[in-house]
Design a binder for this molecule. Structure first.
Ligand SMILES: Cc1cc2nc3c(=O)[nH]c(=O)nc-3n(C[C@H](O)[C@H](O)[C@H](O)COP(=O)(O)OP(=O)(O)OC[C@H]3O[C@@H](n4cnc5c(N)ncnc54)[C@H](O)[C@@H]3O)c2cc1C
Length: 812
């Protein structure tokens, strides 16, 4: 036996995949415990119909699904396959859905999964039950298919057992014992199992099990209807379990799979039916199994009517059985993976579909064994990504239910959740409402996208209108705000961005170790730098201001940065990290007149000499004490002004009143995004993620290799030698062809990369798209094409930044 003592709670598809992947990496002192009989334990995996549609807007989710397909295709159980690769078909019955299928085809291409768009007749050729007269077209993915979930559990546990892993069925976990903030053992109804690492793969029971160590787990078990027809005459005599592709009819919230001569029908169109994990019955109490509730036929009526319309052959069949099956939903459709922030050694792999199960198993195993995951970028999956309010039970329930309702909806990239809102308000909110702001949501904050009051700026400007899709959550005012910001002065509400205070005698050494930047600089210095993983992948980009000898303010990206800092705190208590976001606020005051506006309001020297670019200073703006940082994400002269939340409104009013003579405006996030891209500033999570290194992302300047050791340094030295791709700036001449991100990029007929961020540049008069491309194609002047819905958009590789490359604006 090698490796630490691991207990995996749950022998569903996730626990089984993890046991297999861990033992394959040499961790064999592993015990899998389940309250039910193995392999059909009574959890969600025991009744899942097993449809695996790989395509997802998330690159990570698609890659984890692809790995699941590859793995299950290579597995069998006593000669019986674990995967039936029948292909996957999605059909459109509305023009909007047809467009959406084109978008999904784009994602498939971007993430490297083969897919084909089909005519109605071709849909019927692939799936003869489909009435071609009811559909407008389809999307076919040849490698999709049916996972045999229980078989996959059995086969993966079998391999794990052969390497020494123990599987204990009918052992209910009653408690997880901790000692000094670490897991020590798992208490079952049949005794205690000592453990150094516990991984909760308990599916819908996850919140209950995580609760044993006091960890909130934001997921909701929701019932979802699955019904089976008796014989469909058109399928009579079929001896193979399934040869027809799995089928999705998202316009009606339906999916289908063949089972010999019958059809399984899954339905998401019914009312959300959440259940508390505490209400789940035990294996022995449950009529069928704990994850199965009684079928409610009245909720299924519309599904059956619509099924008979799409698949006329089913009219001669009956619904013979059905369940309301339970599985987990989360507020962003993403899984919950990672270690508890408070209890060392307690990990979760939760809210995972069969579709992603093997990928999640692999990711978790790498993370546990190597300390980081190198196969997938997990920033969207990390269980520590949530803000405190996002863990509130009422919030979790509302958002998870909404996600159930929207599971097959066409969601615009900017579309916010409707409920519960508003949640967080910046101190500028009242003023923003007075200016008729159009709000979207950013980490719970209401954040203006543009201001209706700025409609007056449109006069005399010719702002091009983008295509219909890009014109949603957009107004020409966005363009006017962007242009006005470069002409006069604008205030931008930056409150939603996370701010951390790192303080104490060990703060400098701590930041030296965690960031790529040189922190040992004078008080008042500001440094843009990166947080890296051990493998050199970018975890975040941060701006660090040294406000005192032992006090630093870090402009971060989100809760994962806070979590990363906490995990690396020295044991001697010499460093304190505090999230100061909620108690503070920030206004970006930017534009050619920024100094004219701010200087008269303060005794401090805001001249170019007295307050240089990338420096910080404490000052008073009128009566408001601020920390001013001279930097700008929009590429204009100006400052980020931070103050405490109670003084935010006063700061706004002071600037607003004095700014009238310069025509001050408030700018929204739409303008900000455009201006940022004109300057070529990267955004973590969109432009670069854990999978990219600083050099390929064009951020090599932020890495100070000569400063001494830091996390990721060793790996970087290797990665630098081997740069195969580049984050590349493309411009689009046609002003109507604004793309949105995640679209494939083509060189001729070959897909060569994908778009990250995109916007129209209202100063340069062109569309902008950043894209990951092979290094050899990233040469300025090269013409490529972006796949956008059903068309190709010509784009040209450009020298960056597109605006003010000499930095005259910023440094003036
Ligand atoms: C009707 C329906 C249809 C679905 N269709 C699909 C589909 O087509 N494609 C797809 O990808 N996904 C589908 N899903 C979702 C999928 O089934 C689940 O997301 C997946 O099976 C979850 O796997 P898991 O291993 O996390 O959980 P589970 O399979 O539920 O395993 C968790 C295990 O933990 C054990 N456990 C919990 N608490 C304890 C305890 N205290 N002590 C000991 N053991 C414990 C349970 O007994 C259980 O075996 C469907 C779900 C439903 C309900």
């Amino acid at each position: 036996m090698t490796g630490p003592r691991v207990v995996i709670i749950g022998a569903g598809v996730v626990g089984a995949a993890l046991a297999d992947e861990l033992s394959a990496r040499g961790w064999t002192d592993v015990t899998v415990v389940d309250q039910g009989p193995v392999p059909a334990t009574g959890g969600s995996s025991s009744h899942a119909p097993g449809l695996v549609f790989q395509i997802n807007g998330s690159k990570t989710m698609t890659e984890m699904a692809r790995y699941t397909v590859e793995k299950l295709c290579s597995l069998d159980l006593d000669g019986e396959p674990c995967f039936l690769q029948v292909g996957g078909l999605e059909v459109a019955t509305s023009p909007e859905r047809l467009a959406e299928l084109h978008r999904r085809h784009g994602w498939a291409t971007s993430w490297g999964v083969e897919s084909r768009l089909l005519t109605p007749a071709e849909c019927a050729e692939h799936h003869p039950l489909v009435d071609p007269g009811t559909v407008l077209g389809g999307l076919f993915i040849p490698t999709d298919g049916l996972a045999k979930a229980v078989r996959a559990v059995d086969a993966q546990l079998g391999r794990a057992r052969s390497r020494g892993v123990r599987v204990l069925e009918r052992h209910e976990v009653l408690d997880v014992r901790t000692e000094d903030g670490r897991v020590a053992g798992v208490v079952t109804d049949q005794g205690e199992i000592p453990a150094d690492v516990v991984v909760c793969c308990a599916g819908i029971w996850g919140p209950k099990v995580a609760g044993m160590v006091g960890m909130p787990l934001p997921l909701t078990p929701l019932a979802h209807q699955l019904a089976w027809t008796g014989q469909v005459p058109a399928l009579a005599g079929r001896e193979e379990e399934a040869t027809l592709p799995i089928l999705r009819h998202q316009d009606a919230d339906l999916y289908y799979r063949q089972r010999f001569d019958g059809v399984g029908i899954g339905y998401y169109g019914h009312r959300p039916m959440p259940i508390s994990p505490d209400e789940l019955l035990s294996v022995d109490e449950a009529a069928v199994m704990p994850s199965v509730l009684t079928f409610t036929p009245e909720d299924f009526e519309d599904a059956w009517t619509e099924t008979q319309r799409l698949l006329p052959g089913t009219r001669a069949a009956e619904i013979e059985e059905g369940i309301n099956g339970l599985f987990s939903f989360t507020q962003d459709h993403m899984p919950l993976m990672g270690e508890s922030p408070d209890v060392k050694g307690f990990w979760v792999a939760e809210a995972v579909w069969v579709t992603h199960s093997a990928g999640v198993g692999k990711a978790m195993a790498e993370w546990l064994v190597d300390g980081h995951c190198s196969s997938f970028d997990l920033h969207e999956c990390d269980v520590n990504r949530f803000e405190p309010h996002q863990l509130a039970p009422e919030y979790v329930l509302a958002r998870d239910c909404q996600n159930f309702v929207e599971v097959y909806d066409i969601i615009h990239p900017l579309q916010p959740m409707e409920e519960p809102r508003p949640v967080r308000l910046s101190p500028f909110h009242t003023r923003q409402r007075e200016l008729d702001a159009f709000f979207l949501e950013a980490v719970g904050y209401e954040r203006p996208q543009w201001y209706g009051a700025n409609a007056r700026l449109l006069e005399g400007r010719d702002i091009p209108t983008p295509n219909d899709w890009a014109a949603r959550y957009w107004s020409p005012i966005v363009g006017a705000e962007a242009q006005a910001s470069r002409e006069s002065v604008a205030v931008y509400d930056m409150t939603a961005l996370k701010r951390l205070e790192v303080a104490g005698p060990g703060a400098l050494a701590f930041l030296q170790r965690l960031t790529t930047g040189q922190m040992d600089k004078s008080v008042g210095s500001v440094t843009y730098c990166l947080l890296l993983d051990e493998d050199g992948g970018i975890r975040s980009d941060v701006t660090v201001a040294r406000l005192g000898r032992d006090v630093f303010q870090v402009g971060a990206n989100g809760n994962l940065d806070l979590d990363w800092f906490h995990r690396h705190l020295p044991a001697d208590g010499s460093v304190m990290v505090r999230d100061i976001t909620a108690g503070t606020c920030c206004l970006g005051v930017w534009g050619p007149h920024a100094r004219d506006l701010v200087q008269p309001l303060t005794d401090a020297d805001f001249s170019n000499q007295g307050f240089r670019y990338f420096r910080a200073k404490k000052a008073y703006i009128g009566t408001v004490p601020v920390t001013a940082l001279r930097l700008s994400y929009i590429g204009e002269l100006g400052w980020e002004l931070y103050t405490t939340a109670d003084l935010g409104a006063k700061l706004w009013d002071t600037l607003w009143e004095a700014g009238q003579r310069y025509g001050i405006i408030a700018g929204g996030r739409g303008a900000f995004a455009s201006l940022r891209l004109e300057k070529g500033y990267r955004s973590f999570g969109t432009d670069m993620t854990f999978e990219h290194d600083p050099y390929e992302a064009g951020l090599g300047f932020a890495v100070k290799m000569d400063k001494g050791d830091f996390i990721g340094r060793e790996a970087l030295a290797r990665r630098k030698e081997n740069m195969r791709r580049r984050l590349t700036c493309l411009t689009i001449d046609d002003p109507t062809q604004v793309v949105m991100g995640r679209e494939p990029v083509y060189d001729g007929d070959t897909s060569v990369g994908y778009v990250t961020s995109a916007a129209f540049g209202y100063t340069i008069g062109k569309g902008i798209a950043y894209a990951w491309l092979p290094a050899e194609l990233a040469t300025p002047g090269r013409t490529l094409e972006i796949g956008y819905f059903d068309r190709r958009v010509t784009a040209v590789v450009a020298e960056e930044p597109l605006f003010d490359p000499a930095m005259e604006r910023l440094r003036s």
